[in-house]
Design a protein around this ligand. Structure first.
Ligand code: TXA
Ligand code: MG
Length: 313
């Protein structure tokens, strides 16, 4: 074992011990930082909702190391299995019927008979999941309604007060949350755009159905879920007096923060929440944001921005 492996192993053991004792852990994943608890322990799960100030009807994602562990919790059909094989470990969450209701408690599922499952790719989250040996629920580590933390410092600032252990996994490579798909009866439905794009999913299971009917079942789609304190103005050519500005691409005015001077959507996604926070810290009149192309990861970025601006999603 190298020194780093040993550090990682020690951190994972410490985190697993905290989880077993009913405590919360700040957990790095490749998408965003999570606030983690033992999925089977409703008291621990309640502490998550409390720490986040999160409406209790919003169900959580159960994190597992791999497909075999997922199939102990949830009933995966052939399509769910193909999606897991294509994108796990990685930024895809699959909603499927619950198979073992005790493994992911009711509170974590907000009473639903389905469960959202994801195998994260970050080596530290993998190490914690394997050390713990059971499913771990982890919503983004922000307080409810605020941008998701993509750095250790932001995660600790948001909900570190409630955590018994906090692991530093560096800045998140993806920078926005996992894509959530429902694989239940009927066609596969997109519940939340995210790190895996629609066209990547289409290539594995064919065209996705729209999921507006599921808005109530996936309250992550609620208005203002990702809102900073300042109002947000979209499709802005530049900042008005008193506004902060987030640009995109080479032709933007350079008197603000540019999500990606090169015009690269993955770079913009990775910077999104950090820059929203930075802009918000100067207490501007509003945060004006340049237009972001709608294709690929742009769909998820625009989804987050519309929520930040308070439009219904
Ligand atoms: O990237 C991510 O997914 C991060 C990291 C930490 O893994 N987690 C995350 O969790 O974003 P959270 O709790 O902020 O978002 C979970 C999303 C919500 O939109 C929730 O409504 C949806 O998943 N969800 C959870 N269980 C569901 C279910 N049974 N049916 C439909 N939607 C569900
Ligand atoms: Mg969240």
């Amino acid at each position: 074992m190298t020194a780093t492996d040993q550090d990682q192993d020690q951190s994972a053991q410490r985190a697993a011990k905290t989880l077993r004792a009913g405590g919360l852990v700040i957990l790095p994943t490749e998408t965003v930082y999570g606030l983690a608890a033992d999925a089977a322990d409703p008291k621990a799960v309640a502490r998550i909702y409390e720490a986040k100030g999160r409406p209790s009807f919003n169900p959580l994602i159960a994190h597992v190391p791999d497909l075999a562990a997922a199939e102990r919790l949830a009933r995966f059909d052939d399509r769910a299995r193909r999606l897991a094989e294509a994108f796990w470990p990685g930024p895809l969450t699959i909603v499927a019927p619950i198979a073992d209701p005790a493994a992911v408690c009711d509170l974590a599922r907000a009473g639903l008979d389905t469960v959202a499952v994801r195998a994260p790719a970050h080596p530290l989250s993998q190490a914690v999941l394997r050390a713990f040996g059971g499913p771990v629920v982890a919503p983004s580590a922000n307080r409810s309604g605020r941008p998701s933390p993509t750095t250790y410092a932001d995660a600790v600032a948001e909900t570190g007060f409630a955590a018994g252990a906090a692991l530093d996994g560096g800045p998140c490579a993806v920078g926005l949350e996992s894509t959530v798909v429902a694989v239940l009866d009927g066609p596969v439905r997109l519940l939340r755009p995210g790190g895996v794009t629609r066209s990547q999913l289409d290539a594995v299971v064919g065209p996705l159905a729209e999921a507006e009917v599921d808005a109530k079942r996936s309250p992550g789609r609620l208005t203002l879920h990702y809102a900073p304190d300042a109002p947000v103005r979209l499709e802005a050519a530049g900042p008005a007096p008193g506004e902060a500005f987030l640009g995109f691409g080479p032709s933007c005015p350079d008197d603000g923060l540019n999500l990606s001077p090169k015009g690269d959507l993955a770079e913009a996604a990775a910077n999104l929440f950090t820059y929203l926070r930075k802009a918000d810290r100067s207490s501007p009149k509003a945060i004006a944001i340049a237009p972001i192309p709608a294709e690929g990861l742009g769909e998820a970025i625009n989804d987050r921005l519309r929520r930040a601006a308070g439009f219904v999603g």
